[in-house]
Design a protein around this ligand. Structure first.
Ligand SMILES: O=C1C[C@@](O)(C(=O)O)C[C@@H](O)[C@@H]1O
Length: 904
């Protein structure tokens, strides 16, 4: 672990002493908190803070020095900075003890190549003794001066390439001011966690006391940080729930279920945190890699046609048993609608509400893969979400801003601004939005004069553009059905503007406006059936994503298409069940069937079919059909095999060099003559995602990591490509027939492939291990990633390979992940062997894990829509029958549960 503490370049005596005079901001945790809080005495709060920060000084030392400036409220309790940072900018993590900031810092350092600096250790290294000892031996003011000088030099000398973990000690004295300054140009992330997990870490206090302490310390930490990350414990990651009254000031959130997985405990946290860091630093390569390489995740959601955003009120998410993965499925974005106001009535957001919002955002992020939109309801009823029967109340600018500012700290993909607020308010938000994209939101409760055909909406649109919004969202109630045509006309007027305009979301509200929601092309607001109360259809104003899709087909805007699995022997394929179930659940009238053919000529039937939408390709055609293709994705070309065919209907697309990136997604579900075929490979994506899922944080890929591939067929090719993609540089093949292994190694070694996504990784080399009795090659680390691509059953009278890993190749001290692509039978000798080693950190994944993963990517290529992942996974498990035709129901349930909260 890179536990590196570099001494400052400047000597301490060269550092200017800090001005200890009156401060702009409160200089002490205790004094600043005193303004906000309760009847408790300052000394009590002081002792609580110090207890949590590990300070065991006698109370006489805790007295506040007399020269402190009088307490000053932090401006709105939030620090607003532009939130744009250089890619290399050092990242600071702050938070009370027990929030996990040190673990997060280690994870970030280990995976990003950043140097890790622990502020406490740094102090000790520079000063020669710990803070506690120095404090004991010196006068309070001497300590504070020394602390400030060390802290200042640490920040000044480590502006780039570091992750700096700061404990509570750094929050004293001038530390807050220095952090605020640093946050103007660097990410300073406040790490928080649920009180139960903090309590179990501290093993002191009870949960209520921790909760109270969080309430006290929140404003201080928020006052000197510009970002916030809620470190979600495994126990509370699967969903949300609350048995308390929603109107209570504390929106407590309880877990839906608890399924910790040994060795992978920090896995989800790692993924969430690295995604967050990649987003705030704008590390696109890391983001793409974190987004699991699904084709659609690489396209901005607003560039695709007929997308929807499922809108979920915050108050509903606090209800017991909310299943977020379920809410997201079939939608292209997830909108969190903040429908509560802060009941504390304070000028700043109460800590508990801020914590709850952060927690909800963390749980959503853990369970979804689509972009998250943070939307503060400007108009609410006093009791919560907007109800048609009550007159909506517009919240004050201050209340609105507090909630929005908090959202900016969470750095969601999108955030809405209410266009009815004044220019100054909106500009403030936009200037602090960093990489979050801004949707200017304008909701008219009565149509504006002239409706969609008048000039008023055009003015709102132009204003949003001039203020710097990225997208504009306009809506008004439909009074007559004709309003739905008017909104289309408005869209055309926008499209015909001479200057390139902002993306537009425009629709009508109310029961009569539902039609316009179906035809609004981007991010149409939809709901999930579980969120709506049963109303007669004519009274409902919401539509579901499924209803929106169905409307597009029943109105002939889109055509039902036909999909296939094409191969020599595909009768046992589970792909038809998987894709047909997914089509149905998404409201798509497509059909997927088997197309078996003894020769490649069978492909003609597909290309002559005007309704052909795409095909999975099975053995032996994964390589054979390559000469018939008009284009191939870069991945498929590098692998030298395909498993997905997409028809090309537009001749211009054949010349489009960016074909794979965009245009094939844009004209889906339109029948017509086929002019060419595009080939892609999603097997590697399936393997890659399974490796990612099973790889523990301790085995994060480094330049010294090694991978082993068993076999040399099509799947072995895809497996090697997955490893290269993940940044593995030392790849070994073992295959029974040496010459085939040689050919495969040559296929990759002659290409100049390296992981674009794994930062700083060198050129990978594929080497061969000739015999199972060979020792693991000298000079290389033991493998931590193993993929077997050999069949486990007997073929053509040959006995089943019955492959066992030599034990001398399984000596990785941190274990690793083994992916066996076989699923007939499921319990291959290799899987049994791996599971038997689970106590040493080995994780086993099999063919039933990989099949849906490659299918998700295929579904996206076929339909241009995100796949309903959970549904596809479960149907594969439910449909699976072993060689005797049996299906182990309990095993399936266990596997399904483990899947929860693990979006690829
Ligand atoms: O190898 C396979 C299996 C498969 O061919 C099937 O039969 O379901 C589907 C393909 O997409 C995948 O690459």
């Amino acid at each position: 672990m890179p536990m590196l503490v570099r001494p400052p370049k400047r000597k301490l005596h060269e550092v200017e002493p800090l001005d200890d005079g009156p401060r702009k901001y409160s200089s002490d945790v205790v004094t600043s908190t005193a303004v906000h809080l309760s009847s408790r005495s300052p000394s009590r709060r002081s002792s609580e803070h110090r207890e949590a920060s590990g300070d065991s000084r006698p109370s006489s030392r805790r007295e506040l020095p007399s020269n402190r400036g009088s307490p000053v409220l932090f401006e709105h309790g939030h620090l607003q900075t532009p939130r744009t940072f250089s890619r290399k900018a050092s990242i600071v993590l702050i938070g009370i003890r027990g929030t996990g900031k040190s673990s997060l810092a280690v994870i970030l350092a280990a995976t990003s190549g950043r140097r890790l600096i622990d502020a406490d250790r740094y102090f000790q290294q520079i000063v020669g003794c710990s803070r506690a000892v120095f404090r004991k031996e010196n006068d309070g003011s001497v300590y504070r001066q020394q602390e400030a000088r060390v802290f200042e030099s640490m920040l000044a000398d480590n502006q780039e390439g570091c992750v700096i973990a700061c404990g509570a000690g750094s929050m004293e004295s001038n530390g807050q001011r220095l952090l605020r300054e640093f946050a103007q140009t660097h990410p300073v992330i406040h790490i928080i966690r649920d009180p139960e997990s903090i309590q179990s870490y501290l093993k002191a206090w009870d949960t209520e006391k921790v909760r109270h302490f969080l309430e006290l310390s929140g404003p201080i930490y928020r006052g000197c940080s510009n970002l916030e990350f809620f470190n979600l414990s495994e126990a509370r990651s699967d969903g949300l729930g609350d048995d308390s009254d929603n109107s209570s000031p504390t929106h407590r959130i309880e877990p839906r279920s608890h399924t910790p997985i040994p060795f992978l405990t920090l896995k989800r946290v790692q993924r969430d945190f690295l995604r967050f860091i990649a987003f705030i630093t704008g590390d696109i390569a890391e983001l793409n890699s974190q987004h699991a390489s699904f084709p659609l995740s690489l396209l901005p959601v607003e560039s695709r046609m007929y997308t929807s955003a499922v809108s979920v009120p915050f108050s509903r998410l606090c209800e017991k048993g909310m299943d977020i993965e379920q809410l997201e499925f079939t939608a292209d974005a997830f909108e969190l609608a903040i429908d509560v106001t802060d009941p504390s009535g304070q000028p700043s957001l109460s800590s508990s509400l801020a914590d709850s919002i952060s927690q909800v955002v963390a749980v959503i992020r853990r369970n979804i893969i689509v972009p998250l939109i943070y939307h503060v309801e400007s108009y609410t009823t006093p009791k919560g979400s907007l109800s048609p029967s009550q007159v909506p109340v517009r919240c004050t600018d201050e209340t609105y801003l507090n909630l929005v500012r908090h959202g900016l700290r969470l750095s969601t993909g999108f955030l809405t601004v209410d266009l009815t607020r004044d220019d100054n308010t909106i500009s403030q938000i936009i200037s602090a939005s960093g990489r979050t994209r801004i949707i200017g939101h304008f909701e008219a409760f009565r149509p504006l004069p002239g409706g969609w055909d008048g000039d008023e909406y055009m003015k709102v649109y132009e204003r949003a553009r001039s203020l710097g919004c990225d997208i504009v969202r306009l809506c008004q109630p439909a009074e007559i059905p004709e309003d739905n045509l008017a909104v289309q006309r408005f869209r055309h007027r926008i499209q015909s503007l001479p200057t390139a305009g902002l993306s537009l979301i425009a629709y009508n509200t109310g029961p009569l406006g539902r039609m316009s929601r179906c035809f609004n092309p981007i991010l149409s607001p939809v709901t999930h059936p579980s969120l709506v109360t049963e109303l007669p259809t004519h009274l409902r104003s919401w539509i579901t994503a499924r209803e929106a899709q169905k409307a597009l087909y029943s109105s002939f805007a889109l055509d039902p298409m036909q999909f296939f699995v094409f191969g020599a022997n595909t009768t046992y394929s589970m792909s038809p069940a998987m894709h047909n179930t997914a089509f149905k659940i998404c409201g798509l009238p497509h059909n997927y069937s088997i197309h078996q053919s003894p020769t490649l000529r069978g492909l003609n039937d597909l290309v002559e079919n005007q309704y052909f939408g795409g095909s999975s390709v099975s053995l032996p055609y994964k390589t054979e059909c390559i000469p018939l293709l008009h284009s191939m994705s870069t991945h498929a070309r590098a692998i030298g095999a395909i498993n997905t065919l997409i028809p090309i209907r537009n001749l211009e697309d054949l010349d489009d060099t960016r074909l794979q990136e965009s245009s094939i997604f844009l004209q889906k579900s339109r029948a017509g003559p086929i002019k060419g075929l595009h080939g892609d490979n999603t097997d590697w994506i399936g393997i890659c995602n399974c490796i990612r899922r099973g790889l523990s944080p301790a085995n994060a890929v480094r330049s010294s990591s090694a991978g082993l591939v068993i076999g040399s067929g099509g799947m072995a090719r895809a497996a090697i490509y997955s490893m290269i993609h993940l940044g593995v540089q030392n790849i070994f093949i073992y295959n029974r027939t040496f010459t085939n292994a040689e050919r495969l190694a040559h296929h990759y070694n002659r290409q100049d492939l390296h992981s674009k996504e794994a930062r700083g990784s060198g050129r990978p080399t594929v080497r061969i291990i000739a015999s199972l009795s060979d020792p693991w090659p000298a000079g290389f680390k033991q493998p931590t990633i193993v993929v077997s691509g050999i069949p486990a059953h007997s073929i053509g009278g040959e006995p089943a390979p019955n492959f066992h890993m030599p034990t001398q190749w399984l000596e990785s001290p941190t274990g690793g992940v083994v992916v066996d692509l076989a699923y007939k039978p499921l319990n291959t000798p290799l899987m049994k062997q791996t599971r038997a080693l689970s106590y040493r950190g080995w994780v086993a994944l099999d063919g039933l894990d990989v099949l849906p993963e490659q299918g998700f990517a295929q579904f996206e290529l076929f339909t241009g829509r995100r796949a309903p992942r959970r549904v596809m996974r479960s149907i594969v498990l439910q449909e699976y029958k072993d060689d005797e035709g049996n299906n182990d129901h309990q095993a399936i349930q266990d596997r399904l549960q483990q899947m929860d909260g693990q979006p690829s």
